[in-house]
Design a protein around this ligand. Structure first.
Ligand code: FAD
Length: 483
């Protein structure tokens, strides 16, 4: 039997790689982790979730300060934002969280951490920084990176991506954001709230094109109200440098439009980090979407696994973490466990937030599933009224048997509200439990109970029930009617 240096080698120290490295080593597996950057943590910590949510918070506070009068408070005359201070706060949050993802912590768990760009020599041996190491199992968890769309002039003019924007020292006066997906939308609103004049250029005719149109429209309406320019249904034709900034030429309905700004942020797609890995040497198949895996996350070489953004499925930190757990089951416990994304949630952290669990209407239609929709508006939630955050709704999508296919929420704390559905749907708890569980008053979470109750109340408050009760107990019916 071959003798390998390690039981498992992990390439990439982001969410997927760290999950597997920490889990495997604590189970007594001799584990190597190779990371090409100087620090562990990956995109989420350094250029993704953590800096973006920190920036969003600063922008939200500044926005609320400007809105003081709407809360019955004195109008505040605010000085402009010094972005270097915002960037310093972002870095301090990253530094604090970095401790969880430090080499010291992982070494303490038993993981050998090495730095360098890894590439396969063969299906068991990987080379980095002039060294070769072998492992019985490998995990490819190299993540993804932003990619600019093929727009003439884009590469020559230059543009920002998520790798640039969190360490800026100066707020751009104006910004064009190419791409109206989650990253584009979150960053557009944050920069607009901090004081930049922002326009979003989006090919699709709605923002957040994966989401149902009616849900995305709530976010769009909020953006328009806050003064963010939306150029939807557009085909970007060219990017040009002009005096002191950039110019973008786009076409809509056969007409050509030209817009200008100081800076350009491109958030229009990502590509898997596969090029440097020399996957051919290991016989691992991949395409432009990423490393090909089966439902146990095994690549075309059964002892080499892949997880996280690099497999091109759901590009979220919690998806990467979940997939890491599947790899541990299959590679360490040798238990055949398959991925199941049925109730994988996600949330776009705009204000209002837009969260999704399970199928939305678009997905149900695409899968040819008959469905009904039950809705409840935040306008009818007492806490939302008190908070002054009444835009939005919850939408329950049910199948023919009135079992949930999915839940969509656009409104205050949508991501937090989705968590209750994630637990209930995974535990296969029926709507009657959600409807009868006492929720604290006044919380926005009551909207979860209310929408579930709506489905059941049509049966409870039916003519049939009224007639049966009347028949048994001799009730006399209505005491008042409006003429
Ligand atoms: C702006 C932004 C905001 C986001 N916000 C959210 C959010 O709110 N919630 C959410 O769930 N997700 C969010 N995401 C997505 C999230 O960041 C990713 O899904 C997550 O980081 C994927 O984890 P991963 O382990 O697959 O890859 P990564 O975290 O990218 O880790 C991959 C690691 O592999 C290393 N690597 C690459 N190639 C090699 C090599 N050849 N050798 C050695 N090391 C290598 C990289 O340096 C990196 O450290 C956001 C992303 C962005 C860009």
């Amino acid at each position: 039997m071959a003798d390998y240096d390690y039981d498992i080698g992990v390439i990439g120290g982001g969410a997927a790689g760290l999950t597997v490295a920490a889990g495997a080593s604590q189970l007594g597996v001799k584990t190597l982790l190779i990371e090409k950057e100087e620090k562990l943590g990956g995109d989420c910590l350094h250029y993704g979730c953590v800096p973006s949510k920190t920036l969003i918070k600063s922008a939200s506070v500044y926005h609320k300060m400007r809105m003081a009068e709407h809360y019955g408070l004195p109008k505040v005359d605010l000085p402009p934002v010094d972005f270097s201070q915002v960037a310093a706060r972002i870095q301090s949050v990253i530094d604090t969280i970095q401790v969880h993802d430090s080499e010291e912590r992982f070494c303490g768990l038993g993981v050998k951490v090495e730095y360098g760009e890894a590439a396969f020599v063969d299906d068991h041996v990987v080379e980095f920084g002039g060294k070769c190491v072998s492992a019985k199992f490998w995990l490819i968890a190299t993540g993804s990176e932003p990619v600019g769309p093929p727009i003439p002039g884009l590469e020559e003019v230059g543009y920002w991506t998520n790798k640039d924007i969190f360490s800026l020292q100066k707020l751009p006066k104006s910004l064009i954001v190419i791409g109206g997906g989650p990253i584009g939308c979150e960053m557009a609103q944050a920069f607009s709230r901090l004081g930049s004049e922002v326009r979003i250029l989006q090919r699709n005719c709605q923002l957040l094109s994966v989401e149902d149109k009616d849900m995305a429209e709530v976010v769009q309406a909020a953006f328009v109200k806050e003064g963010i320019g939306l150029d939807l249904c557009t085909k970007t034709q060219e990017v040009r440098k002009v005096d002191g900034g950039v110019e973008v030429v786009y076409e809509r309905d056969g007409e050509t439009h030209v817009i200008q700004a100081d800076k350009l942020l491109v958030a229009a797609g990502r590509k898997p980090n596969v090029e440097e890995l020399k996957l051919d040497n290991a016989g691992v198949e991949f395409d432009k979407r990423g490393v090909k895996v089966d439902n146990r996350l095994r690549t075309s070489q059964k002892h080499i696994f892949a997880a996280g953004d690099v497999i091109g499925k759901y590009q979220f930190t919690h998806a990467a973490g979940y997939e890491g757990g599947i790899v541990i089951s299959n590679a360490v416990f040798r238990l055949p466990r398959k991925v199941d994304y049925t109730w994988l949630p996600w949330c776009t952290y705009t204000e209002p937030e837009l969260a999704s669990v399970g199928m939305n209407e678009k997905a149900a239609k695409k899968n040819g599933i008959e469905y009904t929709v039950w809705q409840e508006n935040f306008m009818d939630n007492d806490r939302a009224q008190a908070e002054g955050a009444t835009a939005g709704k919850i939408k329950l999508v049910l199948n023919k048997k009135e079992k949930p296919l999915g839940v969509q929420i656009v409104g205050p704390h949508a991501g937090e509200l989705a968590a209750e559905w994630v637990a209930a749907l995974n535990a296969k708890i029926g709507l009657s439990f959600m409807a009868s569980a006492v929720h604290p008053y006044p919380t926005v979470s009551e909207i979860n109970k209310r929408v579930a109750g709506k489905v059941l109340s049509k049966k409870l408050f039916s003519d049939k029930v009224r007639k049966t009760l009347g028949f048994i107990f001799d009730y006399k019916g209505r005491a008042c009617t409006l003429d």
